[in-house]
Design a binder for this molecule. Structure first.
Ligand code: SF4
Ligand code: SF4
Length: 116
């Protein structure tokens, strides 16, 4: 969880600059999506197995090109309230739930959630 003083402004910066962010996928997220049969989410997760064992999970890799698309496939702009939102909010990955982990982390990665 981010610190208590954090307030997300829904600016969308963290969801639209994935080329500068490392988004490793937690295996718990991966297994949850499998249980939920979220194949729409899972097709954007790159899975590397060695001998049947998962050794690497990467989000969000375009299933058609294999590239990181820059914008997360689940971010959406809402003209009604002039802000971005996450279309998989209820099942979003741990790395997104925990972002930013500190004020320093926010400032280093362009998040304005501590600016008031
Ligand atoms: S999954 Fe949701 S919170 Fe995470 S980067 Fe994508 S749009 Fe943003
Ligand atoms: S960059 Fe920070 S303030 Fe902007 S949407 Fe992401 S978490 Fe919220």
């Amino acid at each position: 969880m981010p610190p208590n003083s954090f307030r997300c402004t829904r600016c969308g910066h963290c969801c639209t600059n994935l080329e500068v962010a490392s988004l490793p996928c937690d295996e718990e997220d991966y297994q949850r999506w499998v249980r939920q049969e979220r194949w729409d989410i899972l097709e954007w997760v790159n899975v590397i197995r060695v001998g049947g064992r998962i050794v690497l999970l990467d989000m969000w890799m375009d299933p058609r090109t294999g590239d990181n698309p820059g914008d997360c496939p689940w971010v959406s702009w809402n003209p009604a309230d002039g802000a971005f939102s996450c279309r998989i909010h209820d099942s979003k990955p741990k790395v997104c739930q925990d972002y930013p982990v500190s004020e320093k982390h926010a400032r280093e990665t362009g998040c304005r959630g501590f600016d008031r």
